[in-house]
Write a protein that binds this ligand. Sequence first.
Ligand code: ATP
Ligand code: LTN
Length: 327
Amino acid sequence: MDHILSGIKPTGQLTLGNYIGAIRNFVKVQKEGDTFLFVADLHALTLPIEPETLKNNSRDLVAFYLAAGLDPKTATIFLQSDVPDHSELAIILQNYLYMGELSRMTQFKDKSSKMKEEAIGLGLFAYPVLMAADIVIYDSKRIPVGEDQVQHVELARDLVKRFNNRYGDILIMPKAEMVKVGARIMSLSDPTKKMSKSDPKGDIYLKDDIKVIRKKIMSAVTDMLAKVHYDPVNQPGISNLMTILSSLTGKSFDEIEKEFDGKGYGDFKRAVADVVCEEISKLQARYNEIINSGLVDEVLAEGAKKASVIASATLKRVQKAIGLYHK
Ligand code: ATP
Ligand code: LTN
C-alpha cells in the first residue's frame, strides 16, 4: 500500500482554504493507503508564536482533523515534535539541499520579504529541509497539499534524486497531489491573494461564528461585470466564490454559470453562504463534541507510537547508508 502523508502547521486559526485545499482531501484519500497526518508544530516555530497559542492551535488542529472525518483507526495522527526522528533526519538532509535552491522558495521569499534581515530565523530558511525529512521518513509516495506547498514537495523530490544517486535506492520518491478544484482559495477581500491563516484579511475561519461567515461572504469583493462567470483573471472574486461552491457541492463551473444565468450577485452570494455555513456548522458541532473529550490526547499518544516505528526504521536506513558508524 502506498504511504500517504501530509501536515499542517498550527500557526493560527484554520481557514476555509485549509479545509478545502487540504483537510477535506485528507479525509477523502485516507483509505487509499497507509496515511500519516500530523501537526507540524516545529514548523510553526519558524515565525514567532506564543507558547500557549502554539499549544492551543495544535490541539484545535487535531480536533478539526477528527471533526472533518479523519479516522484514527485508518490514519495515523500525531504531532511532529512527538517523533524526534524527523528532526534528526533533517540534520542529515540539510547537507543535501543548497542555499541557492532554498532561497528561491516562494514561501521563504514571501515571508522573509516582510521582515528585517536580522530577524529572519534560520528555521524559516531551512523550512523545506524539515519538510523533506517529514516526507521521506515515512517512505511517503503521495503528498496531498494545497498549491502553495507543491514547490516544497518538488524540492523534496530533487533531494531524493540527489541522495539516491549518491547512496543507492534508499529513499522513496514522493509526489505532490492537489484537489482538482480548490487547491488555492483566495482571500474574500482581495481575491488576488491566497486565503491564509496568518493573514486575517478576507479569511473565513472554521471557528468563526456562522453569522460572521455569512456576512463575510455577502461582502466579498466582486466586480462590475454582473455575470456569474468563471474567469480568474478578469473576475477573480466571482471565480473564487464559484470555486468554493463547486468544491463543496461537486457542481461544475458550467452548471453554476447556468444556474445563476440572469441572476444578481446577491442571489449567488446567498447560495454560496448557505452551502459554506451548512458545512461549517456541521464541522463546528463535531469539533465542540471532541475538543474537551480527551480524544485528542488519546489519538496523539497512539499516533506517535505508530509513527515512531516507521520513522526510526527509515532513520536507521539513512544513517547506515551514509556511513554513520555503530548504526
Ligand atoms: P500560514 O498563513 O501560517 O502560512 P496557511 O494558511 O497558508 O498558513 P498552511 O499551514 O501553510 O496554511 O497550509 C496547510 C495546508 O493547507 C497546506 O496543504 C496548504 O497548501 C493548504 N492551504 C493553505 N491555504 C490554502 C488556500 N488558501 N487554498 C487551498 N489550500 C490551502
Ligand atoms: N509546509 C506545510 C506543512 C508541512 C507538510 C510537511 C506538508 C510540514 N511538513 C510534509 C506536507 C508534507 C504547510 O502546510 N505549510
